[in-house]
Design a protein around this ligand. Structure first.
Ligand code: G6P
Length: 609
């Protein structure tokens, strides 16, 4: 999705904006642009395509100046084109503006402005904003901007500069994330903390309906009425080099390999020993509230939805609380009935996914208590929830989520085990065994990573297949869905994740030698049934990759290949099973030479509904 980087200081703004936007590249975009103020003039450069194209254009025609704003656009209103890309400028070319989000009342604003003589050059919703600022401008840019913002309905993170104000950059937000980087003699506007970490770890996180007037030496925060706001800076918790590949070919590969360490950090301070109870700071639920829960509803999108599906299973099986899991984009259409003592658990890596945020608000309006399981600290979802348990995965850059997924499940497992403990829903012995197994997960994850070459060999056997089927049951049905999603996202191979029990109601018609099936057949409640499903596929000449516990003697007899996972209680196997499936998808995509970290048409953070 779109990215914003603005700079005011004494360095070249183009260099800073390009480097910052580069850090946001992973979010997905289709065009890029930059506006620079220098000597009372404003200059703009835009390109369709990647930032490398913008950098090349800037090499040929350098824009020099120490105040500028840059943008990467992911098209919503109007196709990707130079004219639709940001920054957008006023008719006299003296004001430039960048925008993330969607202006819902742009059509009526456009009609009004056109009737007043403003000429539009793009098909975007954004262009109305710059003309509005121009309309209200009488020498005070901040005053004009404040008035313009009040006319807007919808979501926005905005940055604006003007040729008439070479010492000022202005920003505002509503619903779309925006952060101000605090430097020495320089300041930054960014849509994501990751874009600024290289230069500073001190930021102000802007709230809805707040704006900031930024100079080289000051940042003045106000509400939209102009009332000053006092805010403590936030310290970004990860090191400056966290968002670099660190010797890996792709971020996705690096992030897969970070899982053991990230799991350790996620467990730290929360689960000390198998005999001790779990401590979840931030959960913000009393033991009485936990005991009184009548229902838990998970809501999320994409990979996080699959983690929620595992959560549903754990809440019912372990904590014995009726549970559901909804796709955030579908929730509102269903107008869900929210009973008293319902807990909504919102799962999101970014904490900014628009559909998920809308679902969160729907639950709050209907009186549910809302907690979230989030990676990005202080993100919108985290801030709007009644409680938040951070997964502590560190920055995830690869569009295809890997470490965030396993850590979401681990965090949800901690919550479910805690609920089971408080409600007396599981025996002490069962809880101790589960907590012991959770503590062993980082080591198991490392064992799985050490087997990468074996998985790569399996990838080499199947990477040219046009179709794949992933089958699972019970707690590992979501694992099948996530395995298939990983493969299709980054390799573009058509893959379906299906309940093995449902296979005979449809997908079995697809089975033939060119379709490979990944069958998750770890020992547990559904093992025998999975063996039956494998036999059905083999009987129809379909090749099978089994996923089995170490030491299993049956699966190697049935399947063509086996991905081995160390034994653990069935309930937490979605965490270990995910790892070889991530590695399989990664190597298949790599063998096909795909753009793994930025697959076509996908964005890391989807900030539009
Ligand atoms: C996008 C990403 C996925 C992610 C989903 C939900 O589709 O490409 O990797 O799972 O959004 O994002 P969230 O940040 O809410 O977990």
């Amino acid at each position: 999705m779109c990215g914003i980087v603005g700079y005011i200081g004494d360095r070249q703004a183009t260099e800073i904006c390009l480097a910052g936007l580069k850090r946001l590249e992973y979010r997905g975009y289709d065009s890029a642009g930059i506006a620079i103020v220098r000597d009372g003039e404003l200059e703009v450069m835009k390109v369709v395509g990647k930032l490398a194209g913008l950098a090349e254009a800037l090499e040929e025609n350098p824009l020099e100046g120490t105040l500028g704003i840059g943008h990467t656009r992911w098209a919503t209103h109007g196709k990707p084109s130079k004219v639709n890309s940001h920054p957008h400028t006023s008719m006299d070319g003296r004001i430039a503006l960048v925008h993330n989000g969607i202006i819902e009342n742009y059509a009526e604003l456009r009609d009004q402005l056109e009737s007043e003589g403003f000429e539009f050059v793009s098909q975007t919703d954004t262009e109305v904003i710059v003309h509005l600022v121009d309309k209200y401008y009488e020498g005070d840019l901040a005053a004009a901007f404040r008035r313009a913002v009040k006319d807007l309905h919808g979501a926005f993170a905005l940055g604006i500069v003007s040729a008439d104000h070479p010492d000022q950059m202005i920003a505002a937000r509503r619903f779309s994330p925006l952060v101000l980087g605090i430097g020495e003699g320089e300041n930054f506007i960014v849509s994501d903390m990751g874009a600024v970490r290289e230069w500073t770890d001190q930021v102000y996180v802007i709230d809805d309906d707040e704006m900031a007037v930024i100079t080289r030496d000051s940042i003045e925060l106000t509400d939209l009425e102009g009332n000053p706001i006092e805010r403590e800076p936030y310290t970004i918790p990860w090191p400056a080099d966290a968002a670099q590949k660190g010797g890996h070919k792709h971020f996705m590969h690096k992030e897969i390999h970070e899982q053991p360490r990230a799991m350790r950090e996620c467990l730290l301070g929360r689960l000390g020993a198998p005999e001790k109870s779990i401590n979840l700071e931030g959960l913000n639920l009393t033991e009485d509230e936990i005991r009184g829960l009548r229902k838990v509803v998970f809501t999320a999108c994409g990979t996080a939805y699959h983690a929620g599906l595992v959560g549903r299973f754990l809440m019912e099986k372990l904590a014995r609380i009726p549970a559901e899991c909804d796709l955030a984009a579908e929730l509102r259409a269903r107008d869900p009935v929210v009973l008293d003592n319902t807990l909504a658990i919102i799962v999101s890596q970014s904490g900014e996914t628009a559909d998920t945020l809308v679902a969160l608000r729907e639950f709050k309006e209907k009186g549910a208590k809302v907690i979230s399981v989030v990676n990005v600290v202080d993100s919108s979802i985290a801030r709007e929830s009644d409680g938040v348990v951070y997964i502590q995965a560190g920055p995830e850059i690869g569009v295809a989520s890997t470490k965030a997924y396993t850590l979401q499940i681990l965090t949800i497992s901690l919550i479910a085990a805690h609920f089971a403990d408080v409600r007396g829903a599981a025996s002490e012995h069962e809880l101790i065994e589960l907590r012991r197994a959770m503590l062993g997960l980082p080591e198991q994850a490392q064992i799985l990573l050490d087997r990468e070459e074996d998985v790569k060999r399996v990838a080499a056997r199947f990477f040219e297949s046009p179709n794949a089927l992933y089958l699972g049951r019970g707690v590992n049905l979501p694992s099948a869905m996530e395995g298939a999603l990983k493969l299709k996202e980054i390799s573009y191979i058509h893959a379906e994740g299906y309940s093995a029990g449902e296979m005979k109601h449809g997908p079995i018609a697809l089975v033939e030698p060119s379709l490979f099936t990944v069958a998750i057949a770890i020992k547990g409640d559904v093992y025998d049934k999975m063996i039956g499903n494998i036999q059905e596929i083999k009987a129809r000449s379909g090749p099978v990759i089994g996923v089995a516990f170490d030491g299993d003697t049956e699966i190697p007899r049935q399947a063509d290949e086996v991905l081995w996972v160390p034994e653990s209680p069935e309930m937490i196997t979605p965490i270990t099973v995910a790892i070889p499936l991530q590695i399989l998808a990664y190597h298949i995509a790599d063998m096909l030479d795909r753009e793994i970290d930025q697959p076509r048409n996908l964005a890391k953070t989807v900030t539009v509904e």
